[in-house]
Design a protein around this ligand. Structure first.
Ligand code: SF4
Length: 373
């Protein structure tokens, strides 16, 4: 059965981290009430336009949703329930920054039906967190995890980062140890991407900070993979590891190219092969700027399905592909994918096409084979 995910973007942060180029702003808390009202209006409008469809995942991301006053979070959660038929067993995730979660917000989460908390732990070492401009330490992570659990939210994801300036293998080992001690159900391990225009980019450019380098990144990634596998997690996507049954359904549905509707500034939607991007800034959004929309043709839709689906260790189902796009995956791409199959980057087995461990490291080289002309 087709899935629909709902996403709400909360663009407010207590301070801007030094590596971050996401759609997030510090010092704009005064705009929160107006923003929440605008999001509620957008939810009502889009819900009606789309015929109040059923949805099986909800994700509040940011930014820092846990920075919202609880009543504003509640108003947006209620707006979603009014306009969409949210399944009783829906996965409902809210991102939270340690150091911002309060007992009142945790209670609002539990009331709203939130059953999954995703927290940016990043690293266990205070010096690494400080060098990233993070506002929290490990004590804050432990406290937020405890608050969520006291409120009844058991499903916990922790985001970790690797390839940070000054980060060593010993740091990574200790970070994994402390993360696992919190008994999460899910871990995301992301390599730092140095984004131009960020303070960290400038520091690295000027020689005031040094990155560990590609080989060290690869070693840290291997350490994450091995440690988490030994701890009972399985890797289901390039950067994501879960206990059985705890894969993030919202993100997995996006990687399977299921529909999703996004609300708030910088939010994107994919609905019946129309892509929609809301105004990128809070000001543009609050002024009522129109979203940019684009129809996606069949060739692009099939390529997207491959580009997203190959991120998953389970790869792309040939039966699903044929059902959705009216033509076989292997009929469409077989001759072009053959070299990757022959040199061991790709496997075709039991009705699925997926990347090998080596293929995951060089995924772009496989996608280049099937890039539309
Ligand atoms: S908390 Fe997250 S979204 Fe906010 S500035 Fe830091 S990295 Fe960016």
């Amino acid at each position: 059965m087709a899935s629909l995910g709902l996403y709400v973007h909360v663009p407010f942060c207590a301070r801007k981290c030094d590596y971050c180029d996401f759609a997030s702003w510090a010092g704009r808390q005064a705009d929160m009430p107006r923003y929440a009202e605008a999001v509620c209006r957008e939810i009502a409008r889009r819900g009606a336009e789309c015929g109040h469809p059923a949805a099986d995942t909800v994700f509040f991301g940011g930014g820092t949703p846990s920075l919202l006053p609880p009543e504003l979070y509640r108003s947006m959660a209620k707006a979603l329930r009014r306009s969409f038929d949210i399944a009783p067993d829906a996965e409902w995730t809210v991102e939270c920054n340690p150091g911002t979660l309060t007992p009142e917000f945790a209670a609002a989460l539990a009331d709203s039906g939130c059953n999954r908390l995703s927290m940016g732990m990043q690293a266990a070492q205070p010096e690494l967190l400080q060098s990233l401009g993070r506002i929290h330490d490990m004590a804050g992570v432990r406290q937020a995890a405890a608050l969520a659990r006291e409120a009844g939210i058991r499903n916990l994801n922790l985001d970790l980062m690797l390839g940070l300036p000054g980060q060593t293998m010993a740091h990574m080992e200790e970070t994994l140890r402390q993360a696992l001690a919190l008994e999460p159900d899910h871990l995301s391990c992301y390599a730092l991407i140095l984004e131009e225009g960020t303070p960290l980019f400038d520091r690295v450019e000027r020689g005031r900070a040094a990155l560990p380098g590609e080989d060290a990144d690869r070693e840290m990634y291997g350490l994450c993979r091995n440690t988490l596998t030994r701890a009972g997690f399985h890797q289901y996507e390039i950067s994501n590891f879960a206990r059985p049954g705890r894969e993030c359904r919202h993100n997995a549905n996006c990687w399977r190219r299921e529909d999703y509707l996004g609300f708030g500034c910088a939010a994107h939607s994919l609905w019946k092969n129309e892509r929609r991007a809301n105004p990128a800034t809070p000001d543009g959004y609050l002024r009522g700027g129109a979203p940019e929309t684009e129809r996606i043709g069949p060739e692009e839709a099939m390529f997207e399905a491959m580009m997203l689906g190959l991120r998953l260790t389970a790869g792309v189902s040939e039966a699903d592909f044929a059902r959705r796009y009216g033509q076989g995956l292997w009929d469409t791409y077989g001759s072009r994918l053959q070299p990757a199959l022959e040199d061991g980057r790709l496997l075709r087995r039991e009705g699925r096409v997926f990347l090998t461990e080596r293929g995951m490291d060089v995924m772009n080289s496989v996608l280049l084979l099937i890039l539309p002309d």
